[in-house]
Design a protein around this ligand. Structure first.
Ligand code: FES
Length: 97
């Protein structure tokens, strides 16, 4: 099982429980989160480079916020994604890392 955040410098292994937003912040990665993870602002959008099928589908609320912010089909809200406990290989990035 590997959850990896790719920056321009290197890959960061994300550990621990919690949302992708929390895991990225715990890894010291800068995250834009104007609503502090409430799923309202849409600023924590990230791009899933691989392993999207291992995430739970976006809820109607997440889909609504993504659409309102013009997100692509390969993007999710970091604050709304909590990887399941099943084995997965997930590779994520943002436009500003
Ligand atoms: S931090 Fe605002 S939607 Fe995720």
């Amino acid at each position: 099982m590997a959850l990896v955040a790719r920056t321009r410098q290197r890959d960061h292994l994300l550990k621990g429980p919690g949302t992708l937003l929390y895991r990225c912040q715990e890894a010291g990665l800068p995250m834009t989160a104007a609503c502090s993870g409430q799923g309202a602002c849409g600023k924590c959008v990230l791009t899933v480079l691989a392993g999207a099928d291992t995430l739970e589908p976006a809820t109607a609320h997440e889909q609504s916020v993504l659409a309102r912010n013009g997100a692509g089909a390969d993007q999710r809200l970091a604050c709304q994604c909590q990887p399941s406990g099943r084995p997965q290989n997930l590779l994520i990035t943002t436009g500003y890392w």
